[in-house]
Design a protein around this ligand. Structure first.
Ligand SMILES: [Zn+2]
Length: 618
């Protein structure tokens, strides 16, 4: 995934808490209707626990290799895979997923690492393929739970991990080691790895080759193939023919864009189009894009500088990433090329390029503030051109629409991906993936990075290309996959590693349960209904008419009849309940009120607000 700006997130605070929801997400998330066996029901944590207890995962047989995708195979996001061999475990990537309307108030969703926590002393290393949050974002929340093993990665990724860790000063220091491409890395007693260079949207992205006695396990990570008109570029051919010459046991590959046919639009062609737009801009050019598309950002800055333009950078994640790129020498610009927004007015309009986060219409991002006239220095005017160099992530359509409307209202001309090719994805299309399969020629195949249906499409492709069905495994989060009989067979065990949903929010540490999320959902969808009743302790009678306060439920002023009936019902319920009680059990009375009022409100309005009865004793 390319998203690195964090959409719809509140201000960051240290001391987040993580909390866990057993089982899996509701079927709406795209896992509907497949292999329900072995799975925990999302509605019943306890049943899931029992099932797990009944089916403990056996110890791995000597000589066998175990692979567990702990995240990223039932979603686009929170990528994480564990590989176990000879009593040792190595983890590849620890990503996050961004919350949606199902998890209000949650900052991140991270993989369930229970399997690793129970075997923390066996975890020897974490290998990281690239610096996007869906591959590194879980590191601060997970490392402590798995014994803080060393992290091995490339230089840019290492710096991005360190920068992110600075936001959590209370956490233990990470031990990160930078590995050069091609260098063989030995981990523990048994593991040996190499990185190979891949194309994505951020520099220093790698795939991973793990040597095993039966051949290589080749993991692509997030990948696209650099090509010209569908012909892979020589450097790709070189990398993949070298891999193809070896004995490859298992290919684990990115499935994000497998459904799209042919080859993806190349980033080079995007650059050509951007160059044209930058050079032809007669007014100021405001470019909205993802901070994670660092290669493109570097290109825009260099290109604009060559044309004698000045660049203003707006948005925290964009600033951080550009700063990192400069520190590492991935971007070298003259002093004075990147200027603060306040100095913009010192230059002619056609000499200004503004790079801003927020092309998804994220509420607090720079571009949204610019479009709302809420930005303190960048004010749009006629003659400005805004360029949205991104795709619209599903779910963000309305926000982007609003963004475009607001930009247009201020007289800015808008160029977006439907008008010109100003964006390309960082993930291979079907044609590119097919080429990867043909080059690698592995015996076994496991698709990753995507929703279940994407993995299925990828599995079908592998079969069409000649991999027998029995050699292909379509995993779920927590599937326990083993290569057995000295590399001759691949199996999916009936036992599953725990794959619940672990959420992180910013309210501090504590044990918060599913019920909190459910309440947040109910509050947002159904509203709240509060009842204040005064009860005479001696007689159990209700004094005066109960007070009712509601928010987000129905407009009370227009529901006098309903209110009247609710008041009557409250009085009757309380007095019936208290008539047999001395002393009065207030918990019981509250529950009765909640239940009877809840029933009536649902009957009348088809809504289920949160009902809060407050009973005052006099
Ligand atoms: Zn990525």
């Amino acid at each position: 995934m390319d998203i690195q700006t964090t959409p719809r997130r509140r201000t960051q605070q240290p001391g987040r808490r993580t909390f866990q929801r057993g089982g899996r997400r509701p079927a709406r998330q795209g896992t509907e209707g497949h292999s329900a066996h072995n799975h925990n029901d999302h509605e019943d944590v306890r049943r899931g626990e029992r099932e797990r207890k009944r089916m403990p995962i056996p110890k791995l047989e000597p000589g066998d290799i175990r692979i567990i995708p702990l995240g990223g195979v039932e979603e686009v996001g929170k990528n994480m895979t564990a590989i176990e061999y000879g009593g040792e475990i190595v983890v590849v990537d620890i990503g996050v997923q961004f919350p949606d309307e199902q998890t209000p108030g949650v900052d991140y969703i991270i993989p369930d690492t229970s399997y690793l926590e129970e075997r923390a002393s066996a975890v020897k290393a974490v290998l990281v393929t690239h610096g996007h949050l869906d591959h590194i974002g879980g590191i601060p929340f997970v490392m402590g739970k798995i014994g803080n093993p060393p992290i091995y990665t490339t230089l840019l990724t290492a710096v991005m991990i360190k920068k992110r860790q600075e936001e959590f000063p209370h956490l233990a220091k990470l031990n990160i080691e930078v590995i050069a491409r091609g260098e063989t890395l030995r981990v523990g007693k048994h593991f040996s790895f190499r990185f190979f260079e891949t194309t994505h949207t951020i520099p220093d992205t790698v795939g991973i080759i793990m040597d095993t006695p039966y051949g290589n396990i080749v993991m692509t990570g997030d990948i696209k193939i650099d090509h010209k008109n569908g012909v892979p570029e020589p450097h790709e051919v070189e990398t993949f023919s070298a891999i193809g010459k070896e004995k490859n046991l298992l290919l684990i590959a990115d499935s994000t864009n497998v459904e799209k046919p042919g080859f993806s639009y190349s980033e080079r062609d995007v650059h050509i189009n951007l160059h044209k737009i930058i050079s032809e801009a007669t007014g100021r050019l405001i470019v909205g894009t993802f901070a994670s598309l660092l290669e493109r950002i570097i290109f825009i800055i260099k290109d604009a500088e060559e044309m004698g333009k000045k660049i203003v950078i707006e948005g925290r994640s964009m600033k951080t990433n550009v700063e990192i790129a400069r520190e590492l020498g991935l971007l070298s610009v003259h002093r004075g090329t990147i200027i603060p927004a306040e100095e913009m007015q010192n230059y002619p309009d056609n000499k200004i390029v503004v790079l801003a986060t927020g092309a998804q219409g994220d509420e607090y991002a720079a571009l949204m503030r610019i479009s709302n006239r809420a930005h303190k220095t960048v004010k749009l005017k006629k003659g400005d051109v805004t360029l949205l160099s991104s795709s619209v992530i599903p779910g963000n359509e309305k926000a982007v629409q609003k963004l475009k409307d607001n930009l247009a209202r201020q007289g800015a001309k808008i160029i977006h991906n439907n008008i010109a090719d100003v964006h390309s994805s960082g993930h291979s299309y079907g044609g590119e993936l097919q080429w990867v399969h043909e080059m690698v020629k592995a015996r076994f195949f496991m698709p990753v990075h995507g929703y279940h249906h994407m993995l299925r499409v990828h599995a079908d492709m592998a079969e069409r290309l000649g991999t027998p069905e029995k050699n292909i495994i379509v995993p779920d989060n927590g599937s326990v996959i083993e290569i057995v009989e000295e590399g001759k067979r691949i199996i999916k065990r009936k036992e599953n590693a725990s794959a619940g949903i672990v959420m992180v929010d910013s309210l501090g540490t504590g044990d918060v349960k599913d019920v909190v999320i459910r309440d947040r959902q109910m509050l947002s969808e159904e509203g709240i209904f509060m009842i204040v009743a005064i009860i005479n302790l001696k007689t159990g009678k209700v004094r005066k008419s109960p007070d009712i306060i509601s928010r987000g439920f129905v407009y009370l002023k227009e529901s006098q009849d309903l209110l009247h009936r609710v008041r009557f019902l409250i009085k009757k319920t309380i007095e019936t309940a208290t008539s047999k009680q001395h002393p009065i059990n207030f918990d019981y009375v509250r529950n009765e009120v909640r239940e009877t009022v809840g029933k009536l409100l649902f009957q009348e309005t088809h809504k289920r607000p949160i009902i809060l009865p407050v009973l005052i004793e006099v």
